[in-house]
Write a protein that binds this ligand. Sequence first.
Ligand code: FES
Length: 135
Amino acid sequence: MDRKDFLSQVGVGAAAILIPACIGGLASCKKTSSTPQNVDFTLDVSSGSLTSDGGFLVSNGVVVARVNSSTFIAVSAACTHEGTTVNYVANSNKFHCPNHGAEYNSTGVVTQGPATQNLKKYNAVLTGTSLHIFS
Ligand code: FES
């Protein structure tokens, strides 16, 4: 392998590593427009993704996650870096942005950049199978 071939292969490899996970629709990186204000809605947790621990969904611009049968958490869905919808990571009880890797703890506080601002935390109160999410 000559120098030109080596640099060509290294360059391709480095470029592949630097490509964000969301380019070209290869991964699911949805955008959420903004941080919702005056949030007030109710979810039925008797069916769907909130029936099991670690399940989560996005509703009204809010990520709602089930930590366990009596504990639910809710934060604004839009990553504060560039607005990609964050995911809940159950085994570490945190939120992760699939676009550039920002992470937030369970209350929405940034724990890893590039994001520098926290997600907004909302109240989540369970009554029977009705989960009330509000500001
Ligand atoms: S959009 Fe979330 S880390 Fe960049």
